[in-house]
Design a protein around this ligand. Structure first.
Ligand SMILES: Cc1cc2nc3c(=O)[nH]c(=O)nc-3n(C[C@H](O)[C@H](O)[C@H](O)COP(=O)(O)OP(=O)(O)OC[C@H]3O[C@@H](n4cnc5c(N)ncnc54)[C@H](O)[C@@H]3O)c2cc1C
Length: 386
């Protein structure tokens, strides 16, 4: 067993420290408070070659794996610049096209996607089905050699900035299939296509990425727009869920670490009675506990990424990492906020905004309860409740 990062992996992990010299947390906060896309940061990350980190080099990517992707995201979050748009684009969309798209699809989408010139959003959630993906109703009906996509998606991150959406749709209704996971197909949908429209959702979480409802009204698609095999999209989708959990875990541990470091520094300086407030164990121990939990969650995240990269089952470790990281992130930011007293709630310190991000990540992209369901069922062999 080797816990040491290679030189390249360390460089990737420390990239967040480098890029944050130009685009720091204050930059992110300024954008997030205006719900304005972090275009300059996006372009910089792209220019530095990290947008297509998991895409093979022949298609413009870096040809690296899940571990490197998660190190990149953790390193950026360590600096308070977490990008949800990279979860849906660099993690959920580009690698899926690289792994399952046709050769012409890869040529068409990957080089520009890796260069950051085009953006992808990922659309699965529907207002009625919610967590129960099996019950999605968005359907692509085949007529001749065309598909016509109709339906509605919700909470689609960065739909406004995206050139394409990777859409999870049904090609057969759930009432028409024997196996409940059959009848799903993934399509690349051009956001400018006739029949695509969107409305923005008013959100209270502070993020630079806006969220949207997406509407499809008989959007014309062809076989060329299918990622993977028609009716067998669930297998493709399933493969992208572990990477999503892993990068989200990395974001949570990074944010937690940032908050703890800031709080430790602040509490070591701030004097209100005799010595620094950081000497009080009432403040010290929650930070130390937070640090312990963050590093444990970070370790599990790396294990999950390693399992994924080595083609081993990664569902259990990814789920545990996400539960642990979101919990640890919330506790760490909460304990840190306490050290800052009133300052924790001011715009200058930007900590409360970070709390809203880690809190979001307890619920989305997959809620804590579904992950615990998975762990209870798969790891402990307990009966399924839903
Ligand atoms: C900011 C943001 C960005 C998002 N980005 C995207 C995106 O880009 N693309 C996309 O497709 N989706 C996106 N989502 C959607 C997100 O994945 C869903 O909100 C999430 O999966 C939960 O679905 P829901 O909101 O319908 O909640 P529901 O399904 O209504 O569930 C509500 C709650 O019920 C509980 N629950 C549900 N089922 C069970 C069960 N079986 N056992 C125990 N408890 C259960 C959970 O606590 C859950 O939080 C985003 C959401 C947000 C808020």
């Amino acid at each position: 067993m080797n816990f040491e990062l290679s030189d390249e992996q360390r460089m990737i992990y420390e990239y967040g420290d480098q890029v944050a010299k130009k685009y720091d947390q204050q930059y992110w906060l300024k954008k997030a408070r205006k719900s304005e896309f972090t275009r300059e940061l996006w372009d910089q990350v792209s220019e530095d070659g990290f947008m297509g980190i998991m895409v093979p080099e022949e298609y413009g990517g870096a040809g690296l794996g899940m571990l490197e992707m998660s190190l990149l995201m953790e390193g950026m979050a360590n600096n308070g610049i977490p990008l949800l748009s990279m979860v849906v684009g660099s993690t959920m969309s580009l690698p899926v096209i690289a792994d399952h798209g046709s050769e012409s699809m890869k040529q068409k989408y990957l080089p520009d996607g890796c260069a950051g010139k085009t953006l992808f959003c990922f659309a699965i959630t529907e207002p009625t089905a919610g967590t129960n993906t099996i019950r999605i109703n968005t359907i692509a009906r085949k007529k001749g050699d065309r598909y016509y996509l109709s339906g509605q998606k919700t909470f689609i991150t960065s739909a406004d900035e995206s050139d394409y959406a990777l859409v999870v749709a049904r090609t057969r209704a759930h009432t028409e299939v024997d196996k409940k996971t059959d009848g799903f197909t993934l399509f690349v949908v051009d956001m400018k296509a006739k029949g695509v429209s969107m409305t923005e959702l008013e959100m209270s979480v502070v993020l630079p990425e806006k969220q949207f409802q997406l509407f499809f009204d008989e959007v014309e698609l062809t076989e060329d727009d299918v990622v993977g095999t028609v009716d067998k999209g669930f297998e493709v989708l399933f493969e992208s869920l572990n990477p999503e959990r892993i990068v989200v875990s990395s974001m949570c541990t990074g944010i937690g670490r940032l908050a703890l470091n800031r709080a430790a520094e602040y509490a070591s300086d701030r004097v209100v009675f005799k010595g620094p407030i950081g000497a009080y164990q009432g403040l010290q121990h929650p930070l130390a506990e937070g640090k312990t939990q963050i590093e444990l969650a970070s370790l599990m995240t790396r294990k999950a990424a390693w399992l994924f990269d080595n083609g081993k089952p990664a569902g259990e470790a990814s789920s545990m990492a996400k539960v642990a990281a979101a919990d640890a992130g919330m506790k760490a930011v909460d304990a840190s906020l306490q050290c800052f007293g009133g300052n924790g709630f001011t715009d200058d310190y930007g900590l409360y905004d970070m709390f809203s991000v880690v809190r979001l990540l307890k619920t989305a992209p997959i809620n804590r309860e579904m992950l615990l369901n998975y762990i209870a069922e798969k790891s402990l062999g307990m009966p399924r409740s839903y």
